[in-house]
Ligand binder design. Structure first.
Ligand SMILES: CSC[C@@H](O)[C@@H](O)C(=O)COP(=O)(O)O
Length: 394
């Protein structure tokens, strides 16, 4: 694909949601993010002019969700290179900004690898021109430019591949839903946010629900609010409303009564890291849904790109689960409700000094997962052997 075609593809955001884009104004390149902390109240841009501002955006969930964290990490390396930062130092800070989503470190390493390969290649070409080179400073600039261009190309390639993976996951997932729920008219329950806000394309689990909607097969999307940061209420509901889907929001602890009323046909979730044994780390609250689904004989589907499968993490116990600040639990805050006063700027709902348990993710064991749907195909039942075979295909 020609470079201009690749650029056009990643510059046209899925469903008009401008999650992430690279821009090159005269003042220098920037990474522009849709500030997800401001949704649904306003569609505000967050402009990263340097790696530290992107690290901050990742930590504070301005940009979030596994696949787009990988894309952001890769662009972050390109930004570091283009702005003259120490690329390896920036890469370490970016990769460590959030520990659980494996895509982040993977995206960073991919662009960093491209940068170093180009650096070595350009340096050897420059050296071969010999000591007669007239302007060694100019040569160094050319080498650095070539490396920065390579890092950006790697980021754009990842961005494009992720958009394509979304469509392929949705296609595989639709076929699977057709087999599992032959009647159509699906009532699907989802957790957290897994749509165009987390991806170069239409996302993972939400993209599948969206594809079912587009074919008239979705009767209702049940949206878990996803405490404490309300990714379901703020982001998935926003995406579902934009797409004209029939959706209903519920508190996370209402899911049990919904299952017991027989109102859920399948659960669709994304993943932040899938260990080699098929254990799935995803937004906290996913594991209880898997337990409920098993008890009620409801399919529990994980939709994730192959880049989320981590062969280097052997099992669920080896997955590092990010622990977040207590104030996210002890305070409530919303971009539309405002609220101020507490240490996190929200409205306190617990006595001052209350300790909080706030893991950002939980881990669902493979035996509770009906299937993992990837762009390369479906793994069901979920076993280490089947996952390894799938990864070998990509
Ligand atoms: C395709 S998105 C999969 C996961 O990244 C998503 O479900 C999730 O848990 C996101 O968590 P977040 O803390 O909002 O980054």
């Amino acid at each position: 694909m020609a470079d201009h075609e690749a650029r056009a593809q990643v510059d046209a955001p899925a469903d008009g949601i401008p999650t992430i884009r690279w821009e090159e104004p005269p003042e220098g390149p920037v990474l522009v993010l849709l500030d997800q902390t401001r949704l649904p109240a306003e569609e505000a841009e967050y402009v990263c002019t340097d790696p530290p501002s992107l690290v901050e955006a990742i930590r504070t969930l301005v940009v979030r969700g596994a696949p787009v964290l990988g894309i952001a990490g890769a662009y972050g390396v390109a930004l570091a290179a283009a702005r003259g930062f120490d690329v390896d130092e920036a890469a370490e800070a970016l990769a460590a900004a959030r520990p659980t989503a494996v895509n982040l470190a993977r995206g960073v390493r991919r662009a960093q690898g491209a940068y170093h390969r180009a650096l070595a290649g350009a340096a050897s070409v420059a050296a071969s021109t010999g000591p007669d080179a007239e302007d060694s400073a100019g040569t160094a600039d050319q080498v650095a430019l070539a490396a920065a261009v390579a890092a950006l190309a790697a980021a754009r390639a990842l961005h494009r591949e992720d958009a394509q993976a979304s469509d392929r996951m949705a296609a595989h997932g639709l076929a699977l839903l057709g087999e599992l729920l032959p009647g159509g008219g699906h009532r699907l329950l989802t957790h957290c946010n897994t749509g165009a806000l987390v991806s170069g394309g239409r996302g993972t689990a939400f993209a599948l629900a969206r594809a079912a909607h587009d074919r008239g097969q979705l009767r209702r999307l049940w949206v878990d609010e996803t405490r404490p940061l309300l990714q379901g209420a703020r982001l998935t509901a926003w995406e579902a409303a934009r797409a004209g889907m029939a959706y209903t929001l519920l508190t996370d602890n209402a899911a049990g009564s919904l299952f017991s009323a027989g109102e859920v046909d399948a659960v669709l979730v994304g993943a932040d890291r899938i260990a080699a044994d098929g254990s799935v780390a995803n937004k906290v609250g996913t594991y209880p849904l898997a337990v409920l689904a098993r008890y009620h004989h409801v399919p529990f589907l994980v939709v994730a790109p192959v880049t989320t499968i981590d062969p280097d993490t052997p099992d669920g116990a080896s997955i590092e689960v990010e622990q977040r600040a207590a104030h996210e639990v002890t305070e409530v805050t919303s971009p539309s409700a405002g609220g101020a006063g507490g240490p996190g700027g929200g409205m306190s709902v617990a006595p001052l000094g209350t300790q909080a348990y706030n893991p950002a993710f939980d881990v669902t064991p493979p035996e509770l997962v009906t299937a993992i749907v990837t762009e390369e195909g479906v793994v069901s039942p979920v076993t280490a052997e089947a996952l390894s075979e799938l990864c070998g295909r990509s």
